[in-house]
Ligand binder design. Structure first.
Ligand code: A2H
Length: 253
């Protein structure tokens, strides 16, 4: 974060099957349309390692009609921004078909573009901010300490979080190798720094910083089209590849 706009990659994760809590509210309004959860990421090159997707359970989400065929699930704030960035059919125009709480979206099955696990589930993350990105975060526990810590919390207390343990059963999948931290930098850092849960905010912020810098400057791709290449080179190429394939689009704020 610094001066100027943050350039995200907005990843399109298509709904395969709505969770039981969402189906009654959304099924009638999205008939015949493709619906996508849209996740804002700064690490497009890690998408091979997605294991799930996160929403904030208390956050309000909308189902926004973007054009004649597609509906996006994100915050209203993000939908408005998209409407002024050429994402919608008509500039500045976006119609909300329905609103839902994040909690209702949990357990929905979605496609994860490029990922080793082709279909993953929507899970809750308390630390998702409604004021950043789209309010939807794709989870890459191999490379994001926050994603890793949250996934482990969910596995430990599935009942408390009201999730089916199967939804959190996809193991972290190695995507990037660094000389100092091996091929699962997030897991290595969380263990090394003795981070107990997603509530250890200060240590997680430090781990996030290390993982980001190490991955970017010293990381090598272990999978995908740019396997063997430095992360610095692969990152824009993976982003372009996804955008060309209509699996993602640029999003700034
Ligand atoms: B990143 P910045 Cl592998 N609330 O994507 C909380 N976190 C959010 C968010 C929100 N509303 N919207 C996006 N994010 C996350 C991948 C990733 C990310 C990896 C490693 C680090 C990392 C997979 N999750 O981010 O505050 C998203 O997670 C660490 C910086 O705008 C997004 O990129 O700088 C990142 O935070 C955006 O954070």
């Amino acid at each position: 974060e610094g001066i100027g706009p943050q350039e995200y990659t907005a990843l399109k994760m298509e709904v395969v099957q709505w969770g039981a809590e969402a189906a009654p509210a959304v099924d009638p309004v999205v008939q015949g349309k493709k619906v996508f959860f849209v996740a804002a990421t700064l690490r497009p090159e890690t998408m091979y390692g997605q294991t799930n997707c996160y929403v904030g359970p208390a956050i309000d989400y909308g189902l926004f009609e973007i054009n004649d065929t597609d509906v996006y699930v994100c915050t209203e704030r993000a939908a408005r921004n998209m409407a002024f960035q050429g994402t919608t059919k008509e500039r500045g125009q976006v119609k909300c078909l329905a609103t839902v709480k994040g909690a209702q979206l949990i357990g929905t099955m979605i496609k994860a573009p490029l990922a080793h696990y082709e279909q993953v589930y929507v899970l809750p993350m308390e630390t998702v901010l409604a004021t950043k990105g789209t309010g939807v975060v794709t989870s890459v526990p191999s490379d994001s300490p926050d994603d890793y810590a949250t996934l482990m919390d969910l596995r430990k207390k599935a009942e408390y979080y009201k999730i089916d343990p199967r939804w959190a059963s996809f193991d972290p999948y190695p995507v990037i190798s660094t000389p100092t931290y091996g091929d699962m930098i997030a897991e290595t850092l969380v263990k090394k720094m003795k981070i107990q849960s997603a509530r250890d905010k200060v240590q997680l912020a430090e781990a996030k910083e290390i993982a980001y810098k190490e991955g970017f400057y010293n990381g090598t791709m272990l999978v995908g089209t740019y396997k063997g290449e430095p992360v610095q080179e692969a990152k824009p190429k993976v982003r372009d590849e996804m955008i060309r394939a209509n699996l993602a689009f640029p999003y700034a704020e």
